[in-house]
Design a protein around this ligand. Structure first.
Ligand SMILES: Nc1ncnc2c1ncn2[C@@H]1O[C@H](COP(=O)(O)OP(=O)(O)OP(=O)(O)O)[C@@H](O)[C@H]1O
Length: 251
């Protein structure tokens, strides 16, 4: 049997009397995009915090690559290969796009930020960074100041920064938020390409994007997963239609 890259077992989190996630279990398998959808306030952000380690769970377990990481910090999980993106931006606006990614590669390789002292290493970092920029479609923006990128391009750069950490799993928090239709279409293509080497857990409100990207979808309502399955199963599930998705959205 394939070992899940991420397995959540009976996770719970309450804020005072408000139970935000409830006996929440799910798996992300190698090679797949598993989307989590649900109405506002369903607990998606809280769940991402529980996965990344930013929000301690009251009970339950997070297994990453088969290892129990429940008690691990954000930094420890990130080091183990849990990449999170589309959060508060880590982009350095005064640096070029290439420098941003090269610094990300440098940080991942365990060097502190020494700002490019060794020429040979610079070249190696720059080559790795350039290859990641090609992967996310930003090669022609490499020498631009990151602050001058469009909103959608900044999202691609955030993805590039996450990839610089060579993650074993990417947790994507609303990657399509604020992007226009063209950029969304581009981002979908890029994420489908990235999926070939990195599985993802995707939280996203854009249903069109979710149904194009996801191999499996879990539907979260009031902190509970009410349905989990292939996109067609979710589309046809009466509980999901009733609880969350409008009939017309699924037509
Ligand atoms: N730190 C906190 N303290 C108290 N209540 C919180 C806290 N964080 C979240 N909540 C509450 O938990 C519930 C779930 O919030 P959460 O942000 O996880 O939902 P969400 O599914 O991400 O919503 P959205 O789609 O709007 O981002 C909400 O009722 C929210 O008010």
């Amino acid at each position: 049997m394939t070992c899940p890259i991420l397995e959540l077992k009976d996770l719970n989190k309450a804020y005072d009397a408000l139970q935000v996630t409830r006996n929440l279990s799910l798996k992300v398998l190698p090679g797949e995009i598993h989307a989590v959808i649900g109405p506002n306030g369903a607990g998606k952000t809280t769940l991402i915090g529980q996965i990344s380690g930013a929000t301690p769970s009251d009970s339950g377990q997070v297994l990453f690559g088969g290892t129990n990481v429940t008690g691990w910090s954000v930094a420890e999980r990130a080091k183990a290969g849990l990449g999170r993106t589309f959060q508060i931006t880590a982009i350095l606006p005064e640096f070029t796009v290439l420098e941003n990614v090269a610094l990300g590669v440098q940080a991942h390789e365990g060097h502190s930020f020494r700002f490019f002292r060794n020429a040979a290493r610079d070249q190696d970092l720059n080559e790795k960074a350039a290859s990641i920029l090609t992967e996310v479609g930003l090669a022609d923006r490499a020498s631009l100041r990151a602050g001058n990128l469009s909103h959608g391009e900044k999202r691609m750069l955030e993805l590039a920064l996450a990839l610089a950490g060579e993650p074993k799993l990417l947790v994507l928090d609303e990657p399509m938020a604020g992007t226009g239709p063209e950029e969304t279409a581009r981002l979908i293509e890029i994420l489908l390409a990235v999926k070939q080497r990195c599985p993802m857990l995707l939280v996203e409100h854009d249903m069109d994007a979710v149904f194009k990207l996801a191999d499996r979808i879990s539907v979260l309502v009031y902190g509970e997963i009410i349905a989990s399955g292939a996109p067609d199963e979710i589309r046809a599930d009466p509980k999901v239609r009733e609880a969350y998705l409008g009939e017309e959205e699924l037509a």
